[in-house]
Write a new protein. Structure first.
Length: 270
């Protein structure tokens, strides 16, 4: 049986695969998961304990059970651990878009969590967000004069944030200097999200800021989801990594939108 040890990234990748299998099956036997992944049952037990502590599944005697309604696309608790190196590198590029004293609008995408930590160090910012996680990150270490304003509305636990009619109503009163919004799927310059309330929110955020920035890693390209919300022309700048497909980048640039590509160690283009 293959060794279970590996780098932190290897372990997290294995946990992601475990979670995907449990979500696909609804309930999966631990011994069958161990056989499929080529690791020991004890390794699977440890991985499932970790996933359960992150409230991503239930572990029972001999089985793992998916949480009702949880998908790979919607669970913030899952998404925040994916592509961490890329998110950190994108955040280093994004933070240069912000100056002290500005109002910054941010959504709940996990791509923005590393950026939130960096923005917390900038003085006299007003951060407006629908995300309790973003608010918590900034609130812990906020620089002098920097604060957070929550949009409020209907709370959705999987996203750890708010959306819906009340959120849109409050957003209509906001005017920000710069806005950062993540995206679930991009195909030929068009943007998609699997949940309608979040597609509506992301579209409305585009009208609430002077400058609009869309960070997106290479894994989001070439995919669609149920609800479209316009195309890349809703943004002034798209920031991605050098592994993003060339044809997808061309489609965005053909729309007249600037694309900045960030080099990531270990990825093509580095």
């Amino acid at each position: 049986m293959a060794a279970s040890r590996g780098t932190e990234a290897d372990v997290e990748q294995r946990r992601q695969l475990l979670l995907r299998r449990v979500i696909e099956q609804g309930e999966a036997r631990i011994d069958a998961l161990a056989d499929e992944l080529g690791v020991s049952p004890m390794t699977v037990h440890r991985d499932l304990d970790n996933l359960q502590s992150r409230q991503l599944l239930h572990k029972r005697r001999g089985t793992a059970v998916a949480l009702t309604g949880l998908t790979m696309e919607t669970a913030t608790r899952f998404r925040e651990h994916r592509q961490l190196q890329i998110k950190e590198c994108l955040a280093e590029a994004l933070v240069g878009q912000v100056r002290p004293g500005q109002t910054v609008l941010m959504d709940c995408g996990s791509t923005l969590f590393p950026l939130a930590r960096r923005l917390a160090r900038i003085e006299r910012l007003t951060i407006v967000t629908n995300s309790l996680r973003v608010a918590s990150i900034i609130g812990k270490d906020a620089a002098d004069g920097t604060g957070v304003s929550l949009l409020g509305g209907s709370f959705h636990a999987d996203f750890e944030s708010c959306a819906g009619t009340e959120t849109l109503r409050r957003l209509a009163r906001i005017r920000a200097d710069v806005m950062f919004s993540s995206v679930t799927s991009v195909h030929q310059g068009r943007l998609y999200h699997p949940v309608r309330e979040w597609a509506d929110l992301k579209e409305a955020m585009q009208d609430a800021a002077e400058r609009r920035v869309l960070p997106v890693d290479h894994s989001k390209f070439g995919r669609t989801a149920t609800h479209g919300y316009g195309d890349a022309t809703g943004y002034d700048l798209v920031v991605t990594d050098t592994a993003a497909p060339a044809e997808e980048i061309r489609a965005i640039e053909d729309l007249g939108v600037t694309v900045e590509r960030v080099q990531i160690p270990g990825l093509p283009g580095d």
